[in-house]
Design a binder for this molecule. Structure first.
Ligand code: XMP
Length: 532
């Protein structure tokens, strides 16, 4: 997603094509690129920034800042070109001339202001005349919309047309053998002595990762849940019971509430909160690694604790990492960008205190030393990275029961990123109670599974209210519920209005300190799922 004119630097090469010995079936462009790819003779599809880049490299006057932003849903108008060179292939099977289909997702301000030389227009929107372009003689296409976002109607068909019809690639990725392959890979990586500690939160990602690790190395895996003091009501105990009873995973709860809340005191900036939380998590995990090693001495599990397991997803990674070059870091998920430098993906890491030397292992995302290398591996070697919907399918394969598989995700930094402004014990308590009412009422209404995530948050501002005979100046609670397939895009959940009113009434009545409740109707993009 993005705009090209905002970048000061010209798009530049991050690698040397000649060194790659690389023969791809096709290339999807979403960011910076070596212009040499245009001479490879393989099909190219530029998406959003990639589309602007295509046009811009031909002539920088082709792209300029638009008059209006275009974020979220838009109608797309497909133009039938009807020439013999295959310009229509990207939208093949979409129907007749000037076919309109609702809802494609956009996220841009810049746009193509003139048609690049040698191209024809294959799609437009009200705001963007050149929303889709195709070269008249080469298999080069550009689209401003985001076909990879699940909320884009028929986005997958666009990608399938490109991959199968234009690139002649064969679809051969299957969930089928992922479990077996991962277990073999983990065993090879970890060896038969080393021990692994794993961050478990009770969410589907970390549970799937933990289940996989347990399957791979048995008792040499130690699942740890850190009670940050930022978890939901009674959550830690519930997670411990579920994991133990249902999956036979022995979970240690480490109490870190005082430490986390102490370090967060007075901090309001969301990225700073994330970094502090990431750092504090690792401090506690390193301590645990040392404790486990000490305890295991003289036992058959005497190996060093060498690895740290996380359930990081591909979506977390995309939004957390900044590529070399002009694309921006969007947000540091605590389990990626929020980690201290010694733990981030680009490191064969050495702990600065030389206490424990933990290496990251992230089965849902792949272990790699350098992200750029990983990118090429995905393309060149078809290594797999999972999105949320795939992790759920994988969880079912591993025998994890439906309630857990479908559990709404809960972010590692917990309530801290749902409290805008300062995180104090009092504000944590307030949001925890509001959240409990919200989620309980959603469950009672039988609609929990109809949404992908729901939570209560607290605003920085206050609002005046009247309670009994007095004026009160209390906090504003923000409710958010979204539907999403992979969390790369999301839509606000459409509550029955009466239910929403009942939820608001109960929160104001039962949670001291809240005087107003609002419902957040922003899509992602441009909004986020989380409050900060
Ligand atoms: P956003 O806010 O990025 O959320 O649209 C997408 C999904 O990611 C979760 N999320 C996080 N998970 N650490 C996590 O472990 C984080 O820092 C973090 N931030 C967001 C979010 O709850 C949603 O499911």
């Amino acid at each position: 997603m993005g705009d090209i004119t905002a970048e000061a630097a010209a798009p530049h090469s991050t690698f040397d094509l000649a060194d790659l010995n690389w023969t791809p079936a096709g290339i999807v462009l979403s960011g910076v690129v070596d212009p040499a790819i245009f001479d490879l003779g393989v099909p190219i599809l530029g998406i959003c920034y990639g589309c602007q880049l295509l046009a811009w490299l031909i002539n920088d006057k082709n792209v300029a800042r638009g008059e209006a932003r275009e974020y979220g849903e838009t109608d797309l108008n497909i133009h039938k070109v009807g020439d013999s060179n295959g310009a229509d292939r990207l939208f093949e099977g979409f129907g007749v001339l000037q076919f309109n289909f609702r809802v494609v997702f956009m996220s841009h301000f810049d746009k193509l202001v003139q048609l690049p030389e040698g191209f024809v227009t294959i799609a437009s929107t009200k705001n963007t005349t050149y929303a889709g372009i195709a070269h008249q003689s080469k298999p080069i296409f550009g689209i401003q919309l985001h076909p990879e976002i699940s909320h884009t109607n028929r986005g997958t068909d666009i990608l399938a047309n490109f991959a199968i019809k234009i690139c002649k690639a064969r679809p051969n990725w299957e969930m089928g053998n992922f479990t077996e392959k991962e277990i073999i890979r983990i065993r090879k990586l970890v060896g038969d002595k080393a021990q692994v500690i794993g961050a478990v939160s009770g969410g589907v990602d970390s549970t799937v990762a933990a289940r996989l690790m347990k399957e791979a190395i048995g008792d040499r895996f130690h699942a740890i849940l850190v009670d940050t003091g930022l978890m939901r009501l009674d959550e830690c105990q519930q997670v411990k019971e579920t994991l133990q009873e249902h999956l036979g995973i022995n979970l240690t709860i480490v109490d870190g509430a005082e430490l986390f809340l102490g370090r967060l005191a007075g901090v309001v900036e969301p990225e700073t909160k994330r970094k502090i939380i990431g750092e504090t998590f690792i401090d506690l995990f390193e301590k645990e690694a040392i404790r486990i090693e000490e305890e295991a001495k003289e036992t058959p599990r005497a190996g060093k604790v060498e690895w740290f397991l996380q359930g990081t997803l591909y979506a977390d990674l995309i939004e957390s990492l900044s590529f070399k070059g002009p694309s921006a870091t969007i947000k540091s998920h605590h389990n990626v960008g929020g980690l201290p430098a010694r733990m981030q993906v680009s490191l064969p890491l050495i702990n600065r205190r030389q206490q424990a030397q933990l290496k990251l292992i992230e089965p849902l995302r792949e272990v790699c030393l350098f992200f750029e290398e990983a990118l090429f591996e995905i393309v060149a070697n078809q290594h797999s990275q999972l999105f949320k919907d795939e992790v759920r399918a994988f969880g079912r394969q591993l025998g994890i029961h439906e309630d857990l598989v479908m559990r709404h995700p809960f972010p590692g930094p917990g309530i801290a990123i749902r409290i805008l402004g300062e995180v104090t014990p009092e504000r944590v308590e307030i949001v925890r109670k509001a959240d409990h009412i919200f989620i309980s009422m959603i469950k009672e209404a039988g609609i929990y599974d109809q949404m992908s995530q729901a939570y209560a948050a607290l605003d920085t501002n206050r609002a005046v209210g009247v309670m009994g005979d007095s004026r009160v100046y209390g906090m504003i609670c923000i409710l958010r519920a979204v539907t999403s397939v992979d969390f790369m895009s999301a839509e606000p959940f459409e509550f029955p209005f009466q239910l929403l009113k009942n939820i608001c009434r109960r929160i104001v009545n039962e949670v001291d300190g809240i005087t107003r409740v609002v419902y957040d109707c922003t899509s992602k993009p441009p909004g986020y799922t989380e409050a900060s």
